[in-house]
Design a binder for this molecule. Structure first.
Ligand SMILES: Nc1ncnc2c1ncn2[C@@H]1O[C@H](COP(=O)(O)OP(=O)(O)OP(=O)(O)O)[C@@H](O)[C@H]1O
Ligand SMILES: [Mg+2]
Length: 216
């Protein structure tokens, strides 16, 4: 058994995962807890190289959908062994900006690979590093896209490869996440992310506090 806690943020593009992860980390650090922040894909040298391949076709060709799944899992397996498990073992808390539910949502519900197959490969990749809590930031596709467009305004490359998928793809991803939250209620906490960042952060903090600091 590990001593630390693993908290993951999930949700569609522009849900505010990176924003909320930073806000939660600030509150946890104020309690004197050592926090490791990671993002997927990436977080290790191998993982960052894979990130370039997945997001911007850095290898010179787009991965086929099967390769895409395995590249995500390769990045994840490396992150778990090199970063996440060692951190948890020394008592640090790990906050992940996306983790294995992204594969289930995007490649399973989004691309149409069997959801159970994605979950099986996920379990192989992560071993015992199953999240203690997964915060699903739910946002509708158009608002999420608006936020991403605003963030990227003025940049040469407006959308990465996955962000450029059809709206129906992103809608399936959103619905897939909601289904996962229903399927795993003990792990998932769903938060309405279609609000200002501060009330969302307050809700996230309340959920984390209630689960991990019941004494207050
Ligand atoms: N609650 C919010 N209301 C309005 N804008 C927000 C809110 N949360 C984040 N933003 C802004 O929207 C953009 C997307 O937020 P953020 O990068 O945190 O989302 P994300 O879920 O990490 O996106 P991605 O899936 O692309 O990584 C950023 O420019 C951020 O400043
Ligand atoms: Mg982000």
């Amino acid at each position: 058994m590990t001593k630390g806690r693993l908290i993951t943020f999930e949700g569609p593009e522009g849900a505010g995962k990176s924003t909320q992860a930073a806000m939660l980390i600030a509150r946890l650090e104020a309690r004197g807890i050592e926090i490791i922040y990671t993002r997927e894909p990436g977080g290790t040298k191998l993982g960052e190289a894979i990130r370039g391949v997945l997001q911007y076709n850095a290898a010179g060709e787009a991965p086929c959908p099967e390769s895409e799944v395995l590249l995500f899992e390769a990045s994840r397996a490396q992150l778990v062994r090199q970063v996440i498990l060692p951190a948890l073992e020394r008592g640090a808390w790990v906050v992940c900006d996306r983790f294995f539910d992204s594969t289930t949502a995007y490649q399973g519900f989004g691309r149409g690979f069997p959801v159970e197959l994605m979950e099986t490969i996920n379990r192989f990749a992560v071993g015992e590093a199953v999240p203690d809590m997964t915060i699903l930031l739910d946002v509708n596709v158009s608002l999420g896209m608006q936020r991403c467009a605003k963030r990227q305004a003025g940049q040469a490359m407006k959308y990465d490869r996955i962000e450029s998928e059809a709206l129906e793809f992103h809608e399936r991803v959103r619905q897939g996440y909601l289904e996962l939250a229903r399927r795993y209620p003990e792990r998932f906490r769903q938060v309405d992310a279609m609000r200002h960042a501060e009330p969302i952060a307050d809700d996230v903090w309340r959920l984390v506090r209630d689960a991990f600091f019941p004494e207050g």
